[in-house]
Structures are given as structure tokens and as C-alpha cells.
Design a protein around this ligand. Structure first.
Ligand code: ADP
Ligand code: ADP
Ligand code: ZN
Length: 215
């Protein structure tokens, strides 16, 4: 099972990825998580990515594509994977297609999570991430049982530096300009699965799994 999660910032991609990878037993590959890990570890890639991420801009295609190509070569991707936050441009989508072709693989599903723009800022600004295990919470919509602490590992919850009103608005504009065209791109390839991302976290998860199973 090879799939992509598509949707604007704050739509619920990372949240739904948890359900999907459990259901289909594939690795969750989030380019945003990989960049954040590199920033935390102070790698060269992290230093390069940080200047773009802090402004809500996309990290350059060449850097991002190389990173994903390497990741897809790893052993755990043999029987499938779930990409979250990649591709984000037509260039990345074409590069992914070429890379998969050379491995005799193709994408089975592109799950497009639809959420109106008005709701995205509130979702992203209320988002909190565990600094140790990256588990995602929301202050109002999905709070941890103990304030400021991760339910899974007890780690401290933090706000992402790019989850401010201004930066989220930039990211939404970048999405509309550079990423939204992928909806058409994958519709034409017959792999797009649309879901209503405005329902509860549990309902959205159930819809995604049902639609994937019935496609
Ligand atoms: P993305 O990966 O698309 O940027 P996340 O999965 O991190 O989005 O979700 C953004 C924020 O919205 C998080 O704080 C998450 O807990 C919350 N969230 C996710 N899905 C829903 C939903 N269906 N209803 C309410 N809040 C949600
Ligand atoms: P969200 O789903 O909330 O937009 P992500 O964690 O997916 O957040 O991405 C955070 C940031 O990481 C993006 O704003 C961008 O700077 C960078 N990034 C992640 N994935 C990509 C990608 N495929 N191409 C370019 N930049 C990316
Ligand atoms: Zn944790």
C-alpha cells in the first residue's frame, strides 16, 4: 500500500497518519518531521531547512526530493509507505513518479483532506507537539490528559515555531499556489480519494480507512 496524504497546513494529515499506518502496517514518512529532527540535531540539512520553515516557505525542491528518494530506498518501505506532506509541488510529484517507476512501483491512493481555510489557523495555532515522540495534540480539540505532558511518553508539549497566525497564513497561501494544483494532477491519474476533514478526528479516520478499502 503506497499512499500520500494531501491537504493544507493544519488539515489533520499527521493526526490521520497514525490511524492509517496502524491499519496498513506501513511506515509514516513526514518530510516536516524529518526536517524538524534535523533542526533539533543541528545537521547541515536542518540549518538549510530552518530558514525556509521559519518563514512558512517551502524548502527547495532539490533538497526535499533527495531526502525522500533516500528514505524510500530503506528496507521498511519495501511493502509500502505513507507519505505525509510530500509531494508539495508538481516538480516533487514528477520526481516521485520517476523514482517509483525505476523501482517498478506506483502510488495507489492520494488522500485529500478537505478543511475550509477559516478553520485551519485555529487548528494550527492550538497545535502542540511532544518534544520527545512528536505525538500531536490540540489545546481544545484533542488535549492531553495532563496539561503540557504527552499521554504516550510523558514528554513536554511544545508549540511549533511556525504555528503562529502570520506564518500559518503564509503557509496557507503557499499551499494554494504550489500544492493545491496536485489535486488535479492526481485526479487525472485516478488515485485521488476525497475526505471531509471537518468531522471529528475519529470520524475522519473511519472515513479514510473505509474509502481506501472500498476503492
Ligand atoms: P497537518 O499535519 O495536516 O498539518 P495535524 O494533524 O498536525 O495537521 O493537525 C493540526 C491540529 O488540528 C492538531 O492540533 C490536531 O490535534 C488538530 N486536529 C486534527 N484533526 C482534527 C479534527 N478532525 N478536528 C479537530 N482538530 C483536529
Ligand atoms: P503542515 O502540515 O502543518 O504544513 P509540515 O510539518 O508538513 O507542516 O511542514 C512544515 C514545513 O516544513 C513546511 O512549511 C515547509 O517549510 C517544510 N516542508 C515540509 N515538507 C515539505 C516539502 N515536501 N517540500 C518543501 N518544504 C517542506
Ligand atoms: Zn511523547
Amino acid at each position: 500500500m503506497r499512499a500520500i496524504l494531501l491537504g493544507p497546513p493544519g488539515a489533520g494529515k499527521g493526526t490521520q497518519a497514525e490511524t492509517i499506518v496502524k491499519e496498513f502496517s506501513v511506515p509514516h514518512i513526514s518530510t516536516g518531521d524529518i526536517f524538524r529532527k534535523n533542526i533539533k540535531e543541528g545537521t547541515d540539512l536542518g540549518k538549510k531547512a530552518k530558514e525556509y520553515m521559519d518563514q512558512g516557505k517551502l524548502v527547495p525542491d532539490e533538497l526535499t526530493v533527495e531526502l525522500v528518494k533516500d528514505r524510500l530506498q530503506e528496507d521498511d518501505c519495501k511493502n509500502g509507505f505513507l507519505l505525509d506532506g510530500f509531494p508539495r509541488t508538481i516538480y516533487q510529484a514528477d520526481a516521485l513518479e520517476d523514482a517509483l517507476k525505476s523501482m517498478d512501483q506506483k502510488i495507489d491512493y492520494v488522500i485529500n483532506i478537505n478543511v475550509r481555510k477559516e478553520l485551519l489557523v485555529e487548528r494550527a495555532v492550538g497545535r502542540r507537539i511532544c518534544k520527545d515522540c512528536s505525538q500531536t495534540y490540540h489545546m481544545s480539540f484533542n488535549p492531553p490528559s495532563k496539561e503540557g505532558r504527552c499521554d504516550s511518553c510523558g514528554g513536554q508539549l511544545q508549540q511549533r515555531k511556525d504555528d503562529t497566525v502570520d506564518t500559518v497564513n503564509n503557509r496557507i497561501n503557499v499551499y494554494l499556489e504550489q500544492t493545491e494544483p496536485l489535486i488535479d494532477y492526481y485526479t487525472k491519474k485516478g488515485v485521488l480519494v476525497n475526505v471531509d476533514g471537518e468531522k471529528s478526528i475519529a470520524e475522519v479516520g473511519k472515513d479514510i480507512v473505509e474509502k481506501m478499502r472500498n476503492k
